[in-house]
Design a protein around this ligand. Structure first.
Ligand SMILES: C[S@@+](CC[C@H](N)C(=O)[O-])C[C@H]1O[C@@H](n2cnc3c(N)ncnc32)[C@H](O)[C@@H]1O
Length: 169
């Protein structure tokens, strides 16, 4: 018996078809740049694809070099892809005063608390908005000058996974 495997190329259109629909796309209106940390797990189906479709230029950060390489081949010209620990990357660029219009933080669930503890770092990197992955028990201490403008449920996993949207007031 012989087995034939069909290799279907990964394209942005395929990522788009698997895109998770609840990302709060309204916050992308009028923005031009995005920092997408923890970007590569599903090639951006949860966040980066929405950022690309809204016409922003993204900087994607992840520790998974192979997936980032595949993303680099698919996403529009001008996007940056950086293999790095997201926390170290954030501290470096915070120190260098680099900012993006929006920062999205889609960490694995076991890093929700650590990401929430670093909320000030993500906010310092964003001119306008931070979209933070959170769980039911994640405590987010909102930095001065910021407010939580929306909390969107993404799934029922472990009692609920959410996008918590923080915006500069
Ligand atoms: C939930 S997935 C992200 C999904 C992604 N936002 C998407 O839409 O495809 C979590 C990602 O975090 C990455 N990751 C885990 N620890 C990391 C770290 N310390 N720094 C950067 N990336 C990390 C994993 O490689 C994985 O790609």
């Amino acid at each position: 018996m012989s087995l034939t495997l069909e290799v279907v190329p990964l394209t942005l259109d395929r990522v788009r078809k698997s895109a998770h629909p609840v990302f709060p796309v309204r916050v992308l209106d009028g923005m031009s740049s995005a920092l997408v940390v923890f970007a590569a797990g599903f090639y951006g189906a949860q966040d980066a694809i929405h950022v690309a479709d809204a016409g922003l230029v993204g900087t994607c950060v992840d520790v998974d070099a192979d997936k980032l390489l595949l993303m680099e081949a698919m996403y529009p010209e001008g996007w940056e892809f950086r293999v790095a620990d997201a926390f170290a990357f954030a501290r470096t660029w915070r120190h260098a005063h680099r900012r993006w219009d929006i920062v999205t933080v889609d960490s694995p669930t076991n890093l929700f608390d650590r990401c929430a503890a670093d909320v000030e770092v993500w906010c310092d990197l964003a001119w306008r908005t931070v979209v933070l992955g959170t769980g039911v028990e994640t405590a987010v201490e909102v930095p001065e000058g910021w407010r939580v403008s929306d909390v969107v449920q993404r799934s029922d996993y472990r009692g609920g996974v959410f996008w918590t949207v923080l915006e500069r007031c």
